[in-house]
Ligand binder design. Structure first.
Ligand code: AMP
Ligand code: TRP
Length: 346
């Protein structure tokens, strides 16, 4: 991360701060864990200031059942904590509890241009053919995301590959704001898209991303799956009939094999080459049980802790309230300064 920051001299004035968010809109899976939560915990443990947010206001850009939204928000908080996000070290909170997000997003709605939003591939995918019937919030979504990040003057944002375009838009908004008002107020945030698991693929189809919206439950490992289910899904995962190669190059044309090796590497905190140095030459009949054992060892304690926390909603709610207070302490002065810059009277 220090390397990335060094390439952005205009950010030198900003203290390194990591921000990221996840939507509470369904079940967490291995892609969320390896692509997001585990990396969030790693950043926290490097001693950088880390701010993590449950973005419920992003979730409601498409319909959410109210009771289900409440449950998903708490389950996501439980997922963060069980994955090693320590509410004493990181700021962990729920977006709607810090009103400044929506307030800054309004200012950014007036900075961002329609054309920028229209180019977003996630907007095109989610709105589909019927754009006229999509919510205005879904269209403006990247502007709220920029507000999430810039409200904390975050310098680094760990995300999966799919969020790269939204991060570029965040940089565009920061740049235009700074230029329009002749200030150097918002940092030009760096996306952090690193590691072997920025794109965990479906266990049934190596060309498709592991996703909560895949109708087949066998396509993903849910963070709430128990040990037996995890092992069974890995046993049944699509692979091929060849032995594993001893170098990453040998996985190029083998999407399913590559995915399983990537998952192993990310969970074991090893490079793909280091994994292949150990397992090269083995058949999947031998590798899959190794992968299943590792997955159970890493994930079963997480799902157990999530289940325990979900029995104690008060504990979760208290953590989120305390996190929101800490978040607001950073966000409120930055919003106030933004209002001053824009010319709003205090
Ligand atoms: P989502 O589940 O799409 O709301 O994403 C929440 C976070 O998990 C984001 O940072 C995504 O980039 C990340 N993520 C989601 N699916 C995957 C996947 N299959 N592989 C890696 N990261 C993912
Ligand atoms: N758009 C992100 C997603 O769908 C979630 C998100 C909202 C986010 N605000 C953010 C991610 C700020 C990083 C930083 O996954």
């Amino acid at each position: 991360m220090t390397d990335a920051a060094a390439t952005q001299p205009s950010n030198a004035a900003f203290t390194p701060r990591v921000f990221s968010g996840i939507q509470p809109s369904g079940d967490l899976h291995l892609g969320n864990y390896l692509g997001a939560l585990k990396r969030f915990a790693d950043a926290q443990n490097q001693g950088i200031e880390t701010v993590y947010c449950m973005v419920d206001q992003h979730a409601i850009t498409v319909w959410q059942d109210p009771a289900e939204l409440r449950r998903s928000t708490r389950e996501l908080a439980a997922g963060f904590i069980a994955s090693g996000i320590d509410p004493a070290k990181s700021i962990l909170f729920n977006q709607s509890q810090v009103a400044e997000h929506a307030q800054l997003a309004w200012v950014f709605n007036c900075v961002a241009r329609m054309g920028w939003m229209q180019r977003m591939t996630q907007w095109k995918d989610k709105a589909g053919k019927n754009q006229q019937n999509a919510s205005l919030g879904l269209f403006a979504y990247p502007s709220l995301m920029a507000a999430d990040i810039l409200l904390y003057h975050a310098t680094h944002v760990p995300v999966g590959e799919d969020q790269k375009q939204h991060l570029e838009l965040t940089r565009d908004i920061a740049t235009k704001f700074n230029n329009d008002f002749g200030v150097d107020f918002f940092p030009i945030t760096e996306p952090v898209i690193t590691g072997t698991a920025t794109r965990v693929m479906s266990l049934r189809d190596g060309a498709k991303k592991m996703s909560k919206s895949d109708p087949s439950d066998a396509s993903r490992i849910n963070m709430t799956d128990d040990a037996d289910t995890i092992a069974k899904k890995i046993r049944k995962a699509k692979s091929d009939a060849d032995a594993l190669p001893s170098e990453a190059k040998g996985l190029e044309e083998r999407a399913e094999a590559r995915n399983l090796v990537n998952i192993y590497a990310a969970m074991a905190d090893m490079s793909v080459d280091a994994v292949l140095a150990e397992v090269g030459g083995k058949q999947f009949s031998e590798f899959k049980p190794m992968l299943a054992e590792l997955a159970v060892e890493k994930l079963a304690p997480i799902s157990a802790e999530m289940a325990r926390l979900m029995q104690h909603e008060d504990e979760i709610d208290a953590i989120l309230r305390a996190g929101a207070d800490r978040a607001r302490a950073i966000a409120a002065p930055i919003l106030q300064k933004t209002y001053d810059i824009v010319g709003m009277i205090r």
